[in-house]
Ligand binder design. Structure first.
Ligand code: NDP
Ligand code: OXD
Length: 309
């Protein structure tokens, strides 16, 4: 009985340390030197598998160290009949909330204007906005969206959130389903995207969504590159209907040299660093899921393949 680590080799030592701290007896092997394929019961992968996982005939389950499993689900080497769990890691959740709250507060406190004024040696004072006056919309109210909502609510921002099913979250006006998307966006000045990438959400950040926002709105996009119709964003910025975009995720990654986002004055590019899984906290669910898989129990954070997340 063995666990195969088939994620980034650069992180293998950290994961081994964290997993063995929880259970030193676990037989942990490392791609590609895994020994007999028939001995592998459980595979740990990243955003995609390094090879064909169908060779592991006795595989009980697959665990991703990534929260988003869109690339994995598109991988032909992923056994279609084995349970797949995605990562929910409190370390990752906290970092995503830090990333989003940082950019929301930067917008509230006029960071871009003040930095531009300093570059021009201009003393720019003026009134301050209250969080209560800035309507924030969150697309995706799952693990990450709900944590962001809780922290922004504590700071006083009025929140509107959109998900597949309706939510009861403090301070959040909840909207559900495609038919309520436009209503959710009404009056929103700052839109945060934390959706999984599925057939239903691909290309969702398009001209219709931008047109439904308040004039001058800001986009913070930390979900997946393929949610965004780039030409529609550039047109909305050009028209002044959106004033700024903070983007962490791109299709493809890395963002190609020469891409217009790199030099656009109203676009902040970050290189898919909003949040990463930390072995120290992520290992807990991995070991729990290994035990569950061996006991034939459903996994924690098991992906619903029919929904794509
Ligand atoms: P969850 O699965 O917990 O939440 C997903 C949310 O999106 C849920 O609220 C879900 O609704 C909603 N949703 C899914 N499909 C639809 C739809 N068709 N219409 C409306 N709402 C929908 O995911 P997480 O919060 O853990 O992560 C979200 C995404 O963030 C990941 O999939 C990944 O792509 C991205 N990510 C990016 C990182 C980065 O560093 N940039 C790091 C980690 C994640 P419901 O609640 O009703 O199911
Ligand atoms: C993830 C990510 O999904 O880093 O974990 O984007």
């Amino acid at each position: 009985m063995a666990i195969l680590y088939a994620d980034d080799p650069a992180d293998a030592a950290d994961w081994a340390k964290a997993i063995h701290a929880l259970d030193p007896a676990l037989d942990l092997r490392f791609w590609p030197d895994f020994g007999a394929a028939g001995e592998i019961d459980f595979v740990i992968v990243g955003s995609k598998a390094p090879g064909d996982l169908r060779q592991f005939a006795n595989l009980r389950a697959i665990q991703s160290t990534w929260a988003g499993v869109n690339l994995l689900l598109g991988d032909v080497g992923l056994p279609p009949d084995r349970p797949l769990a995605r990562m929910v890691d409190r370390g990752l959740t906290v970092s995503m909330t830090e990333y989003v709250v940082f950019h929301v507060l930067d917008h509230l406190r006029e960071g871009p204007r003040l930095r531009a004024a300093q570059r021009a040696h201009r003393w720019l004072d003026g009134p301050q906005r209250s969080p209560r006056s800035l309507s924030v919309g969150i697309l995706g109210l799952g693990v990450l969206g709900a944590d962001v909502a809780a922290k922004l609510h504590a700071l006083g921002f009025p929140l509107r959130g959109w998900s597949r099913s309706r939510k009861e979250l403090p301070g959040v006006t909840s909207f559900a389903g495609r038919e309520q998307l436009t209503a959710c966006l009404a009056g929103v000045e700052l839109l945060i995207c934390l959706l999984p990438l599925t057939d239903d959400t691909r290309g969702i950040l398009d001209h219709t969504v931008f047109a439904a926002l308040a004039p001058g709105a800001v986009l913070i996009h930390a979900a997946r590159g393929a949610h965004l119709v780039e030409a529609d964003l550039l047109a909305a910025l050009e028209a002044g209907h959106l004033s700024r975009a903070v983007i962490d995720v791109f299709a493809p990654e890395p963002l190609p040299a020469g891409h217009p986002f790199w030099r656009h004055p109203a676009v902040t590019v970050t290189p898919h660093v909003a949040a990463i899984t930390r072995a120290g906290t992520g290992a807990e669910d991995i070991v729990a899921n290994y035990r569950r898989a061996m006991a034939g129990q459903p996994l924690i954070n098991q992906v619903d393949r029919s929904q794509g997340y």
